[in-house]
Design a protein around this ligand. Structure first.
Ligand code: TYM
Length: 332
């Protein structure tokens, strides 16, 4: 089976609808046809300041949400990044192969650094995409399912794989990004010009997977639309309505053109009510299962530790080859 790798940062109490639609929902579907690894990237999370107790908590919560969202840890390898030291070790090697200018062109770094004030952004934030490349390349990954905000990082990963291979001999598989066009970007309900993001200034436009259903429904009913009345997909003219159609399509499996037909002659209120129902129907059991898993953190930790061992077996073999190719003297 083709090898697949993806990850999310444990940077909030709950995943949001963008993480679910753009990532988790697809991950669950892909694990049957792929040899999949799904990582909670805590080392990426610390590229911005984190409170230690909170990080520990959100890391477990993220892992629990992967499982509750459909990742089977007996099939896919579901693990915590910092439990497999090879990620940091390969990242160091790849750091030495990345140009300063090349890293400076990463648009997500520029956005995040601007938010923090360029001088206070950490060097870790700058080299973050290189750690991501290490995540992917350690497992000879062929496919990387992500939302489109991560596409540039996967391109960098491909460049680094090719560079290493041509300098030191064929070592890494060159991965492809896997991005579903329709769901590559879910937008903020209150501000449908910008993507739904954990780091948004206000949380009123974010649908959290672990929120109370009544809260979620209320947020969706208050989503920003436009002064027209037609329900059709048009990002330019109708950003809010288009976003609601995208969300409804993802949660019901009905295509957007089909939804446009169904909503002919209906109002925005009808659409919002249906989106709220569809989201609540999917998230309610996910929420219940997540809370259940978090009730037994020792068991969750055991599953994660076992999976980290499975991941390390693959990762350490790759790292040993890399160290050998670049000329490090290996311990006898
Ligand atoms: P992160 O934690 O920001 O987001 C996790 C995943 O959710 C997707 N996503 C969205 N998709 C659609 N609409 C949105 N509004 C939305 N917001 C987030 C992201 O595209 C991502 O797929 N650098 C990565 C984590 C990472 C990684 C990796 C991913 C580290 N190593 C290796 C793949 C392979 C990140 O910060 O994602």
């Amino acid at each position: 089976l083709p090898r697949l790798f993806s990850g999310m940062q444990p940077s909030a109490d709950s995943l949001h609808a963008g993480n679910y639609i753009g990532a988790l929902q697809q991950w669950a579907a892909l694990q049957d046809t792929h040899d999949a690894l799904y990582c909670v990237v805590d080392m990426h999370a610390i590229t911005v300041p984190q409170d230690p107790a909170t990080l520990r908590e959100t890391t477990r919560r993220t892992a629990a949400q992967y499982i509750a969202g459909g990742i089977d840890p007996a099939k896919s390898i579901l693990f915590i990044q910092s439990q497999v030291p090879a990620h940091a070790e390969l990242a160091w090697v790849l750091n030495t192969l990345t140009g300063f200018g090349e890293a400076s062109r990463m648009t997500q770094f520029k956005d995040k650094a601007a938010k923090q004030g360029a001088d206070s952004a950490s060097v870790g934030l700058f080299t973050y995409p290189i750690l991501m490349a290490a995540d992917i390349l350690l497992y000879n990954t062929q496919l990387v399912p992500v939302g489109d905000d991560q596409k540039q990082h996967v391109e960098l990963t491909r460049d680094l794989a090719n560079r290493f291979n041509s300098r030191f001999g064929p070592t890494f598989a060159v991965p492809e990004p896997y991005i579903l066009k329709e769901t590559a970007r879910i937008y903020d309900l209150q501000n449908p010009e910008s993507k739904m993001s954990k780091s948004a200034a206000s949380d009123s436009g974010i649908v959290w997977m672990l929120d109370e259903p009544s809260k979620t429904a209320k947020k969706i009913r208050s989503a920003v639309t436009d002064t027209g009345r037609e329900i059709r997909f048009d990002r330019g003219e109708k950003a809010g309505v288009s976003n609601l159609l995208t969300i409804l399509s993802a949660f019901t499996g009905t295509s957007i053109p089909r939804l446009e037909e169904q909503y002919e002659g209906k109002g925005y209120g009808d659409l919002k009510k249906d989106v709220a129902e569809a989201v609540v129907e999917v998230f309610t059991p996910v929420r219940a299962r997540t809370l259940e898993l978090l009730d037994d953190p020792a068991e969750l930790d055991r599953v994660l530790a076992h999976n980290a061992d499975r991941a390390a077996e693959i990762a350490n073999a790759t790292l040993a080859t890399v160290y050998d190719r670049i000329g490090f003297v290996r311990k006898v």
